[in-house]
Design a protein around this ligand. Structure first.
Ligand SMILES: [Zn+2]
Length: 397
């Protein structure tokens, strides 16, 4: 049986990639405006001099800067404060310089700067979900971690400050005008951050590739991303200055953003949302700690279901791309892939979820919330409550 290839693909109109590329931020920003609202992440950035360097480049290109620093994952209050500040400062463009949290905050500020109103007006599910009447203000994304892929997606994940629930503002015009990726900015990341952001990228390549949604272009990007990231991650973990490994991880993270935006995610991300909402588990740790158990559960379910052969073949592709299997048949290869990911998590010292206070008593509530997520709908197999509880039991340790 043949099936016709059909897809849509969206990405930022300009992606600039390369060591040292951050020095082009001024020239690129000057194409869009004269006064930038600069949203930066953690303080570690300032110590490494990246923010100062970016501001100098912007000034040299005639772009002045007003600033906001974002502590953790952004909530509606942070975004509203940013939008107010940007309006008062007369900004005509927004630059996000930092990890996924800073980029998402900046993306949402750009949306409000273009449209007026407050974050809750546009937030899906927990907010008013209003459509955007106007385009976002021009937004440039400069990631300093290799993990979320936010620099190439059209949604911003924001927590509702009052309820502590995360949701998205989502629209075509939230896509950055420029994604500026400089892997040298990630050299100073400590090993634990390298591990969890890198594993998030790997999970964000695996889940879309095996998801219910086929996409001919994402297939290429996901497998190439896994081929680069699987060997690069242990290298960057051991030696942060390994430039080749850092570049491979940044490419993989960017492709993981494209993959999740077009094919959705799966049960690991479905569980990671509620886990991060109820416990102080970093997103990448939640994904990494659950992924191998989700893979095993999906493979068991695939063996029972009619569509299982396709899922099995895709997991075998994943294993081969990660270098975990060579000449075996699909079934053996898929199992080797699960084992490989488990070993990778051990090598990178991914903590068990009990370290963050996750208890067995919390499992039923987490399962119920995970089942309601959009990520769960893309998971390749129907997992029962018992399957999901089993995943969490293993991940809690
Ligand atoms: Zn993720």
């Amino acid at each position: 049986m043949t099936h016709a290839v059909r897809f849509e693909f969206t990405a930022p109109p300009l992606i600039v990639f390369g060591a040292g590329a951050v020095d082009r931020v001024g020239e690129l920003a000057a194409r869009f405006g004269r006064r930038a609202w600069l949203v930066t992440g953690a303080h570690a950035l300032e110590r490494s001099g990246v923010v100062g360097r970016a501001i100098e480049c912007l000034a040299a290109a005639g772009v002045s800067v007003a600033r906001q620093s974002v502590g953790g994952e952004p909530d509606t209050a942070v975004v509203d404060r940013g939008a107010r500040g940007a309006r008062e400062a007369g900004c005509d463009l927004v630059i996000g310089l930092g990890g996924g949290s800073a980029l998402d905050a900046a993306k949402a500020v750009a949306c409000l700067l273009g449209n007026g109103g407050e974050a809750l007006d546009y937030l899906e599910v927990v907010g008013r979900g209003r459509p955007l009447a106007k385009p976002s203000a021009p937004f440039l994304a400069v990631p300093t971690t290799a993990g979320t892929g936010s620099e190439v997606t059209r949604n911003a994940v924001i927590a509702d400050a009052a309820r502590g629930v995360k949701a998205s503002i989502r629209h075509e015009s939230l896509l950055p005008r420029v994604a500026l990726l400089d892997p040298s900015l990630t050299h100073s990341l400590p090993p634990d951050v390298t591990a969890r952001t890198g594993l998030d990228a790997i999970v964000q390549l695996i889940e879309p590739y095996v998801s219910k949604h086929d996409h001919a272009m994402i297939d290429v990007l996901a497998l190439e991303g896994l081929r680069r990231a699987a060997p690069a991650l242990p290298r960057a973990y051991a030696d942060g200055e390994d430039a080749e490994a850092r570049a491979d991880l940044m490419l993989a993270a960017m492709w993981s953003g494209m993959a999740l935006a077009h094919c959705g995610l799966g049960a690991a991300h479905a569980l990671a949302g509620p886990l991060g909402g109820a416990f102080p588990v970093p997103h990448g740790v939640a994904c990494a700690a659950t992924m191998s158990w989700v893979m095993a559960a999906n493979l068991r379910a695939a063996a029972r279901g009619a569509a299982g052969a396709g899922t099995l073949r895709r997991y075998a592709d994943v294993a081969r791309a990660m270098g975990a299997a060579d000449h075996q048949g699909d079934e053996e290869a898929a199992v080797a892939g699960v084992e490989h990911l488990r070993e990778l998590c051990e090598l990178l010292n991914v903590p068990k979820l009990s370290v963050y206070g996750v208890t067995r008593e919390a499992i039923p509530g987490l399962v119920a919330r995970a089942k309601a997520t959009s990520s769960m709908k893309a998971n390749p197999a129907e997992l029962s409550d018992a399957d999901l509880a089993g995943v969490l039991e293993h991940a809690i340790g």
